[in-house]
Design a protein around this ligand. Structure first.
Ligand SMILES: NC(=O)c1ccc[n+]([C@@H]2O[C@H](COP(=O)([O-])OP(=O)(O)OC[C@H]3O[C@@H](n4cnc5c(N)ncnc54)[C@H](OP(=O)(O)O)[C@@H]3O)[C@@H](O)[C@H]2O)c1
Length: 271
């Protein structure tokens, strides 16, 4: 689509953190126009702001659903126009299943995605699921091309794999921030200023990722750890204190709890 001559009218419902990021990222594609509907927003440079969801859906294809789940559940079938065969809805809402999106929007062609926070800088992980049988090949290609602008995309065959992804990459940035915060606190404890501590830790994380990127595709993190860890050395002292096996077990439990919660949320059914 980067070189596509086709004019897509992208719709965005909800212009908060994610809706705005999606607009900013997709604006880079030539030949796209944008319709946006968000509470209290009347003007956005480069987009047409429409007053109602009905008008937004009628004018746009595909339509990104970027409102919060609770905001979505406060809407009903009457807020949306009649079903149109080719209308594509791409939801980024966490924990809202396709069945419920169908019920409220009345549309058939639903794509459920699970992005994460780094989407806002074009470096997200975005898992997506759709019943491919009901889409034209060209439509699937268009969807994939759009998703590429958000970071790394991953198609999942089963809808409930979106819940597993929520537990790993959806919540993932918070896990990474937690680890960084723990290391920053240690640095402060050792006497570095808060600013120095943040710089040391963030550059260590950035540098470590760059190092991983420089490795073969099938890199092995345990081998990389072994490279740093020498017998009776400092890293070994730290890892012994952490207890690596217990650490892995703890993370398995933590992500399982997140997955279970994601599944509970997605299982909610509108009566
Ligand atoms: N943020 C993340 O990192 C992240 C990650 C993965 C998935 N998501 C999903 O992305 C979605 C959006 O999250 P967000 O963080 O961007 O939320 P947000 O900043 O609160 O954005 C939602 C926007 O939608 C507007 N809105 C609410 N009801 C509306 C309606 N009926 N019609 C038109 N506009 C309406 C809100 O306006 P007001 O502010 O005036 O109410 C707000 O501007 C959520 O479903 C979330 O699950 C977010």
């Amino acid at each position: 689509m980067r070189n596509s001559k086709k004019n897509l009218n992208i719709g965005i419902l909800g212009f908060g953190h994610m809706g705005e990021a999606i607009f900013r990222l997709l604006k880079k594609i030539p030949n796209l126009s944008f319709n946006i509907c968000s509470l209290g927003i009347k003007k956005i440079t480069g987009a047409v702001c429409v007053e109602s969801i009905r008008e937004l859906v009628e004018k746009s294809n595909p339509l990104f659903l970027c409102i919060k789940p609770q905001e979505f559940y406060s809407l009903n079938r009457n807020d949306f126009p009649e079903k149109t065969t080719d209308k594509i809805i791409i939801s980024i809402m966490a924990g809202v299943c396709i069945k419920n999106i169908k019920k409220i929007t009345g549309q058939e062609k639903i794509v459920r995605t699970m992005p994460n926070l780094p989407l806002q800088v074009g470096e997200g992980v975005i898992g997506w699921h759709a019943n491919k049988k009901i889409f034209k090949r060209s439509e699937l290609k268009e969807i994939e091309t759009l998703l590429l602008f958000f970071g790394k995309k991953l198609f999942v065959k089963k809808e409930n794999a979106i819940d597993s992804l929520t537990a790993i990459s959806g919540s993932g940035p918070a896990y990474v921030f937690l680890f960084a915060e723990a290391l920053i606190r240690s640095a402060v404890y050792f006497g570095f200023t808060k600013e120095q501590s943040q710089q040391i830790v963030l550059q260590t994380i950035k540098g470590s990722l760059a190092y991983i990127d420089s490795q073969e595709k099938n890199f092995n993190l345990e081998k990389l750890i072994a490279k740093i860890k020498s017998k009776k050395g400092t890293t070994e002292a730290a890892l012994n204190e952490i207890g690596v096996k217990a650490f892995y077990d703890k993370w398995l439990k933590a992500t399982s709890a997140a997955g279970k919660r994601a599944n509970e949320l997605s299982s909610y059914e509108i009566k």
